[in-house]
Design a binder for this molecule. Sequence first.
Ligand code: HMG
Ligand code: MG
Length: 293
Amino acid sequence: MVRIVEVGPRDGLQNEQVPLDTRLKAAFVAALAEAGLREIEVTSFVSPKWVPQLADSGDLWPLLAPGPLFSALVPNAKGLERALEVGVDRIAVFTAASDAFTTKNVNMTVAETIEVFAEVIAGFRARYPGGWVRGYVSTAFECPYAGRIEPAQTAEVAARLLELGVDEVSLGDTIGVAAPPEVRALAAELDGPKDRFAWHFHDTRGTAVANVAAALDLGFTAFDASAAGLGGCPYAVGAGGNLATEDLVYLLERWGLRTGVSLAALARASLPVLEALGRRPTSKAQLAALSAP
Ligand code: HMG
Ligand code: MG
């Protein structure tokens, strides 16, 4: 069974400068759920000074209608406290393969993030024994500040996260540079069963779908994507949009894999958000679905 983790409400919106109404975000999440997405990363409990767009995470969470599995990013103890206050029961911690990136993104070295996460995960599991935790490794292929990253370096950080007890590691091509041979090279270095890894491709240079195909060929079954290809990281210069969920769903369905997602409903789910941002759809599969008779 293939899994799609929809990160549009979080990764898709975090870099947007136009403040979006919390109810519009809740409606976006509801529309994504209605389209059939079962795992949705909704928001982040990060510093509102660092990511103003997601400052409303504590107000957004209670507006979510039950159904899908919802999760949120948590960077530290303060974030965990805020997340637990509103009942967040699935969290994602996030580090990177390069100190240069984590220093810009979370003001810590990679080693410092691992120390902080040990406490965050312990605190989280004290409240929710066996609660689901994802760990991200950003700059899995290349860092906007440190350049190319050796696959072994990324695999090492992924191994540290698994040792901490995360359920899954998501490998982030943060700035959307990788091509299939790099996916194969990184996959060869990973230690652990394939179902402990998800791939998080940004589509800055149009290689995301090809990278998904490479990972599928290797037997991986979990992929992150963002409706309409919204997205970018505020601390990754040049990070373009995420892989569009529409493009991913089209590829998977055409591949013969069932996603449970209605492409027609998904293509419409992001339209109110795009309108509020003054954008037009650009995902190829979304455009095709919207223009279908
Ligand atoms: P800092 O400034 O070093 O934090 O930021 P601090 O511990 O020194 O605290 C400074 C102030 O912030 C204090 O308040 C804290 O209470 C407050 P003051 O005493 O000055 O009034 N504070 C917080 N407030 C609310 N929530 C919190 C929190 N923590 C501290 N959680 C920090 C460190 C980690 C907080 C900051 O750097 C941060 O929030 N960074 C988040 C950046 C971010 O969200 N980046 C995008 C997500 S990662 C990504 O997009 C990549 C990914 O998609 C995968 C990929 O594509 O590769 C996942
Ligand atoms: Mg990302």
